[in-house]
Design a protein around this ligand. Structure first.
Ligand SMILES: NC(=O)c1ccc[n+]([C@@H]2O[C@H](COP(=O)([O-])OP(=O)(O)OC[C@H]3O[C@@H](n4cnc5c(N)ncnc54)[C@H](O)[C@@H]3O)[C@@H](O)[C@H]2O)c1
Length: 334
């Protein structure tokens, strides 16, 4: 079978995608793109046999390329997806795949017209060994009935929003840039559906900077089963990057920590929680790239399949609407 030829646009986290494609025996990296010539030169020196360009459309329109990683700034994702689908590419898109409801609706329409083309997104927490173990325990009913979850995206990198592209593009969304990981994680862990969302935000942590958008957002999620959740994006927190997670069920409670997670199965103070030591985050940024190629080759679902991408984005966009209109929003599923 012919090897799939991949192209990568944007060589920040996108540089990490190169290894994911190259590790797969059924794939080769044909081209890389960055509109910053210096970045392109630096990466080119590491991979001299890969062709390079500063123009994304040269990759998106190249008939010899089958798969494209879109790892450009958030504001370019939509136009690059549109062009990629038009030119029959499978697309592995960094989160968020787009910024607005109308864009997601359009991507859905284009994707439905070409169902043989796959779309996935780098929602990497699904491959964290600790969260994979947690999901298995939930599926095995170890938690009884879930009734509340808390997920906190603690970014710990204030400088990335006060300096650099996140503060300079037309719109940077804390929900789509950060909470998207946690919302996806909760949907995947609970296998439930969010029906309604409320969100509030502020901009206190980055107040005296050029960053113009919310740097802290809290969302409340109501699920079909009655399960409730709170999700925060905390871009300015004074602590290192961390994914806070608490899962409350009728029979057990999970609490994530940097070194290990605690699993409580008793309400008694003298009973120590069990320590879950499976690694966290414990997953390289290219893991889902490899899986994406595997899923195309095997014609099997990817870990983050197209329906997962649309579900997670739909919940995030309902939260965006709630944030801007200051009222609870029903989720519209695209
Ligand atoms: N899945 C994850 O865990 C994860 C982690 C980091 C970043 N991201 C996402 O990846 C994307 C890039 O973020 P980053 O942290 O790598 O940023 P970055 O600034 O480190 O790198 C982005 C690179 O892409 C280039 N670029 C941007 N737009 C381009 C375009 N239209 N054409 C060609 N080159 C372009 C820039 O010159 C830069 O070199 C964002 O959407 C971000 O949300 C995802």
């Amino acid at each position: 079978m012919k090897r799939l030829r991949a192209g990568i646009i944007g060589l920040g986290v996108g540089e990490r995608h190169i290894e994911g494609y190259q590790r797969h025996p059924g794939c080769e990296v044909a081209a890389i793109c960055d509109f910053n010539a210096e970045t392109l030169r630096r990466v080119e020196a590491l991979y001299p046999n890969i062709s390079r360009t500063t123009h994304a459309e040269e990759i998106l329109q190249d008939p010899s390329i089958d798969v494209v990683s879109i790892a450009s700034y958030d504001n370019y994702h939509f136009e690059q997806i549109e062009m990629g689908l038009k030119h029959d590419k499978h697309l592995f898109v960094e989160k968020p795949i787009c910024l607005y409801d109308w864009q997601l609706a359009r991507i859905r329409e284009l994707s439905k017209a070409k169902p043989h083309l796959r779309i996935s997104s780098n929602l990497i927490l699904r491959r964290s060994p600790r969260f994979m173990q947690l999901r298995q325990m939930i599926a095995a009913s170890d938690f009884g009935h879930l009734y509340y979850m808390e997920a906190d995206y603690e970014y710990g990198r204030l400088e990335k929003i006060t300096q650099g592209w996140r503060g300079q593009i037309e719109y940077y969304s804390a929900i789509l840039g950060g909470a998207v990981h946690m919302i996806d994680l909760l949907l995947w862990l609970s296998r439930d559906t969010v029906t309604e969302v409320s969100a509030w935000g502020n901009r206190i942590a980055s107040k005296n900077s050029a960053f113009r958008f919310h740097d802290f957002v809290v969302c409340l999620l109501k699920f079909n089963s009655g399960l409730l959740a709170k999700v925060t994006t905390n871009l300015g927190c004074v602590k290192p990057h961390f994914h806070g997670l608490k899962i409350f069920g009728t029979d057990a409670t999970f609490e994530n920590g940097p070194a290990h997670a605690n699993l409580y199965k008793s309400r008694l103070a003298e009973t120590s929680p069990e320590q879950l030591t499976a690694s966290y985050p414990g997953v390289p940024k290219d893991e889902l790239v490899y899986n994406f190629i595997q899923s195309i080759r095997a014609e099997a679902p990817a870990v983050v399949d197209v329906e997962d991408v649309f579900k997670t984005m739909s919940v995030c966009l309902a939260a965006e609407r709630s944030l801007s209109q200051s009222k609870a929003m029903a989720v519209t599923y695209y």
